[in-house]
Design a protein around this ligand. Structure first.
Ligand code: OAD
Length: 259
């Protein structure tokens, strides 16, 4: 499938300094990680407040832990896709490309992106509610309850649950990156979970050219400078190829002017 890019976007790509990506579940869909909303979304079959909240966890730690263990197993069995890899390629082309992600699946890091701000945590990390110790896989299961190997306290996944604040460092870094972007790519997100969803408009208000990549329009679409309708695994590699071409041309022109 060929992707149409406007002349405006091509000329932006040629001159931009700071490119920032903001991603949601859609970028991992082609790796085989289910999204949250839509026909086959996780929240069609499950109620978030029964699985992704502190109340739910304290009510039934085994149930919530079991659900996260299943998701962790799916995530660890899949691979980053062409969309994740195209962002890594563009990072090299632009001399940096911070990725702000709502995803907890670690696929951007596994693909090779070097700056990843995880707004909703990371499913591969856990921590003890009593002593605060961070834990990877070393969690004891006592009758299904995740238990800290150091102090015996209850261990939870290091992800953001409904009603919780975002990690301060990741949020501050994301606000800063969005506010400094010349080109902001909003990729594979329904754009309805706040405060993360405020970042594209923050970037635009701060002067960024706002591009949205999604097979479906979202509440953000009418504010985007360019809506690239399609899957991340198709559109992002095409965008990276365009960037490679126009930046190659730009550096050749530069070479001609300054032999
Ligand atoms: P959603 O499931 O709400 O939205 C996924 C978006 O990806 C939709 O707009 C789809 O149209 C789009 N999409 C599907 N396939 C795609 C593809 N191949 N390429 C590009 N886009 C595609 O997921 P998020 O917006 O990430 O929060 O959801 C935001 C937050 O809501 C999540 O981080 C999670 C959830 O509740 C927490 O867990 C705190």
């Amino acid at each position: 499938m060929s992707v149409h890019f406007s002349d405006r976007l091509s000329s932006r790509l040629r001159s931009v300094q700071a490119v920032v990506a903001f991603t949601g579940a859609g970028i991992s869909a082609e790796s085989g990680v289910p999204t949250f909303r839509g026909k086959e979304g996780i929240w069609k079959a499950m109620r978030p407040e029964e699985l992704a909240s502190m109340d739910a966890f304290l009510r039934d730690p085994s149930l919530v832990w079991g659900w996260y263990s299943q998701r962790r197993a799916i995530i660890q069995s899949v691979q980053p896709n062409d969309g994740h890899r195209a962002l890594v390629e563009m990072e090299a082309l632009f001399g940096g490309l911070p990725v702000i992600t709502q995803n907890i699946d670690n696929l951007h890091r596994r693909a090779g992106s070097s700056t990843v701000h995880e707004l909703h945590g990371n499913i591969e990390r856990n921590y003890c509610l009593r002593c605060g110790a961070m834990a990877g896989a070393e969690v004891l299961l006592k009758e299904g309850r995740p238990t800290c190997v150091r102090c015996g306290g209850l261990v939870r996944p290091d992800v953001v649950w409904f009603g919780e604040l975002l990690p301060e460092d990741a949020w501050d870094a994301s606000l800063h990156a969005a506010g400094s972007a010349d080109l902001f790519l909003s990729i594979g997100t329904s754009g309805i979970v706040y405060p993360a969803a405020s970042l594209p408009l923050h970037a635009k208000r701060s002067g960024a050219f706002l591009v949205e990549i999604n097979p479906e329009p979202t509440p953000l679409t009418s504010s985007a400078d360019e809506f690239l309708q399609g899957s991340a695994g198709t559109v992002l590699p095409a965008l990276a190829a365009l960037a490679r071409r126009v930046r190659g041309e730009a550096s050749e022109e530069g070479g001609k002017n300054h032999p």
